[in-house]
Design a protein around this ligand. Sequence first.
Ligand code: ZN
Ligand code: ZN
Length: 376
Amino acid sequence: MPDNLTAVVTAFGKAPELQEIPFRSMAPGSVIVRIDAATLCGTDAGRWSGKFKQGGDDQPFIQPLTLPYVPGHETCGMIVEIAGEAHDILNARLEVGDRIISSYGHCGTCYYCRVTRQTTFCNDLKAFGYSHPDRMMGGCARYQYYPPEGTYIRVPDGLPPAVAASGTCALRTVMHGFEHVGRIEPHESVLVLGTGPLGLYSLAVARESGAREVLVIGAPEPRLQVAREWGADHVLDLRAMPEVTDRITWVRDLTGGRGADIVFNCASAYSMVEAMRMARPGGKLVEIAHSAGDDIPVPPMLLFRGVRPLFPISAEARHFHQAMEFLAAKRLRYDFGRMISSAYTLEETGAALRGMAELTEVKPVIYPNGMPAQAA
Ligand SMILES: [Zn+2]
Ligand SMILES: [Zn+2]
């Protein structure tokens, strides 16, 4: 049995302990991968710090987080074990040595799986990054179990592991958001709030979806520079215009006085009210930035603006597939590796989580099995 060193969170806000976890028994059709890269996002930081209270009556589809658990829900890896036969999303048989990602498993029998076909709300969702170490379903480990209820997707050739891993969270959620929006007409403007991975991916997909203009508001300057290079028509430094009312005016002035046809709020849940004012009356607001915290006051009259809120929650298998296809097809146009802020070893998982929690990191990557030949 190979060494399955795993970073285990045993106390909120404390550096994970490295523990040797035995390989679990495998369900038929499941696979175990040797993790090539595990990227982290704000969700990992929120869980680790104990601020992100998931589950409960309002989110019955997410299991409550209990200690101990293994962080990391954005991974790609090389198959080392297959229990029987496994196939990818295109129904091609998988072999040991193939490099894959996996969507989250869902039961296939509940109301959300069978009737509404919204599998991200499944009653028995098998998501990564917050389960007991024995389940081997966290990314901060040498090996990860991909259960058979998930859908496996090959990592396209030439894609750096860190970029592929980042596609399994930020970009697949953005793809889900664009599906909610539907077709973007050639006259439509898109505004992106936030220049982290969600915002930058939203910009790239909007650019490729035929939007007439793409506006971006964010910070700091290096991220804004990426936005300019990736084709944003107008870029505003948040810190240069600290007043919300000025920023709303900036957006409306650039959009015929109306506001943007489509707004992607990738900044914070607390930007939602600002985003509603930046969308045109009757426009669309895609809420991707989820934050923990107090209730958000919404002025009742603002609802008369008729902005349609859309909430892509996580993503379904096809969005993971679309994310990999987009990264492969557009990797020469966009240097996706620029989103990766720092690389860490498995032993340094605590520092990576702390950096994410303190916002000194944008998208840290952990290489649990050593730095790959082709890094981001
Ligand atoms: Zn994530
Ligand atoms: Zn289900």
